[in-house]
Design a protein around this ligand. Structure first.
Ligand SMILES: Nc1ncnc2c1ncn2[C@@H]1O[C@H](COP(=O)(O)OP(=O)(O)OP(=O)(O)O)[C@@H](O)[C@H]1O
Ligand SMILES: [Mg+2]
Length: 483
């Protein structure tokens, strides 16, 4: 009889037999259609109870084990030895349980407990699942993942806050970082390139909280983004030319809207001959050129010293003879140095900014410049922005998870009160969807952009038809651009 049956016989006094070889969680029992709904419900309820009892058994053994383990000593022996010790201790504890386990059942539990002690516990299967791109641990018993752009709650959970904290510490100590009450927020890059953010009490009110943005080896290239409907082929052609002609491009979008992905796509258009310096808070750009210097900011150490900010890195990068400066995301006072660099010969720079519209992006840049400590009159700041930035790309994440470029604007000038810009590609209506809502697609606005002159000086003659307004009557199903 399988573990959970025996548990159930003990807890419910039932002795109902199930076929041997069933997984302990009872997840693999095939649903047999008896034609009787009541029977199907009863079996589903039994399976649910089994899974619950199994989870309880595991937690019980797990807790007991943690009370017995001296973690400081565990770190002093080899992992193989420690793993063996954990296995014997787990087996001894299972013997103390009133239920008898066969060898196979014991091994299943031992492996799971070893995963908890040496691995990342409930995160292990999620990290192995390639379809998961974000893992969001809100609290010990609430883990969400993002798959295909959509958030879903998982059944996985940590035992308690202490368990979650142990796993967080394991993740951070592997990259030489720590989190505690005095440093309650940490942003770090894991060895595999994934980005992790941890925030713990007293700042996080419901216990430790962790967000992991998985690093994907499989970058979203321009071809893939076109196939996904995130950007049109015409826009890719224009953007490729703009990067080659060293335009300064700002990618604006909300959180998780795909800014870094578009930045990556653009960076691939930079010619191999140019020297690139990239500056990031936690490096996630995938630059495939050879001539690249990657810089990453450094947080303060335990005594609050040694911090190196993005601003310092931007200033330093100017002394490194860069052909291009790529700033992963402009967030603060480095904005002024970045704009000055763009205005003084370091053109062809690329960056992203957190903003919901191109107008907001300009306003945020103004605010960031104000944070730099120089009291520049607003008109001067606008002049800096207006002459530095050439293009603003807006990206957006739609409720169904798709991410799209929704606008390309060119900055055409500035006056005392405004940074002037014109939309070259934007969302336009193209028929209606099945549910009656308007279908929007990215299309040229019909305006001939000023950048064409600049492109010509680089020997790039883009076909003007790329910018012509076309009749859009498409029978294709809506892809990629419908809010
Ligand atoms: N066009 C797209 N289609 C499908 N998935 C995408 C697309 N763009 C980005 N993603 C995925 O969405 C997630 C967020 O993307 P990305 O890191 O580029 O967003 P972001 O705006 O830079 O996020 P953040 O605000 O955290 O910096 C990633 O897992 C990425 O692989
Ligand atoms: Mg980003």
């Amino acid at each position: 009889m399988a573990i959970l049956d025996r548990l159930r016989s003990r807890t419910q006094g039932e002795a109902e037999a199930e076929p041997d070889g069933e997984s302990p969680e009872g997840r693999e029992t095939p649903e047999v259609s008896t034609g009787n709904r009541g029977e199907t419900r009863r079996r589903a309820e039994q399976r649910r109870q089994k899974a619950h009892q199994y989870a309880e058994l595991k937690s019980r053994v797990h807790r007991k084990l943690f009370d017995h383990i001296d973690f400081t000593k565990l770190g002093q022996v080899s992992e193989a030895r420690a793993s063996q010790d954990i296995a014997s201790l787990t087996r001894a504890m299972l013997r103390e349980e009133e239920v008898l386990f066969n060898a196979e059942e014991q091994q299943t539990i031992v492996t799971e407990i070893q995963n908890e002690v040496f691995g990342l516990g409930p995160l292990e299967p999620l990290l192995r699942d390639d379809s998961v791109c974000d893992i969001l641990v809100n609290k010990h018993d609430q883990i969400y993942v993002e798959r295909g752009g959509v958030l879903e709650l998982t059944p996985d959970r940590f035992l308690d806050d202490a368990h979650l904290m142990r796993i967080i510490e394991r993740i951070l100590s592997a990259v030489g970082r720590r989190v505690d009450e005095s440093t309650p927020m940490v942003d770090a890059r894991l060895a595999d390139g994934s980005r992790v953010n941890v925030i713990v009490p007293p700042l996080a009110l419901d216990g430790p909280c962790m967000s992991i943005r998985r690093f994907s080896e499989d970058a979203l290239t321009a071809e893939k983004l076109v196939a996904l409907g995130s950007v049109s082929a015409a826009l890719v052609e224009v953007l490729q030319a703009c990067v080659k002609a060293r335009l300064n491009i700002l990618i604006s979008g909300g959180t998780g809207s795909g800014k870094t992905t578009i930045l990556n796509m653009l960076s691939a258009f930079i010619p191999e001959t140019e020297r690139i310096v990239s500056i990031e808070d936690s490096a996630e750009l995938q630059l495939h050129q050879d001539h690249v210097v990657r810089l990453e900011t450094r947080p303060p150490n335990i005594e609050g010293k040694g911090q190196v900010s993005q601003r310092e890195l931007v200033i330093n990068s100017l002394r490194m003879r860069p052909d291009r400066i790529i700033i992963g995301e402009v967030r603060g006072s480095e904005a002024l140095d970045m704009l000055q660099a763009m205005n003084t010969g370091h053109d062809g720079s690329l960056t992203t900014i957190h903003a919901n519209t191109p107008a907001d992006a300009v306003m945020r840049l103004e605010t960031m410049v104000a944070m730099s400590g120089f009291e520049l009159p607003p008109s001067t700041t606008r002049a800096q922005i207006g002459s530095a930035i050439d293009l603003i790309l807006q990206v957006r994440r739609f409720p169904d998870g798709r991410r799209c470029v929704t606008s390309m604007r060119e900055i055409t000038g500035f006056d005392r009160d405004h940074v002037e810009s014109h939309e070259i590609f934007g969302m336009v209506p193209d028929g209606v969807l099945d549910d009656g809502t308007p279908r929007l697609v990215l299309a040229p606005t019909g305006r001939s952009p000023k950048i064409l002159e600049r492109l010509r000086t680089y020997g790039i003659d883009l076909d003007v038809s790329l910018f012509e307004k076309k009749e859009l009557i498409s029978s294709e199903p809506a892809r990629g651009a419908t809010p």
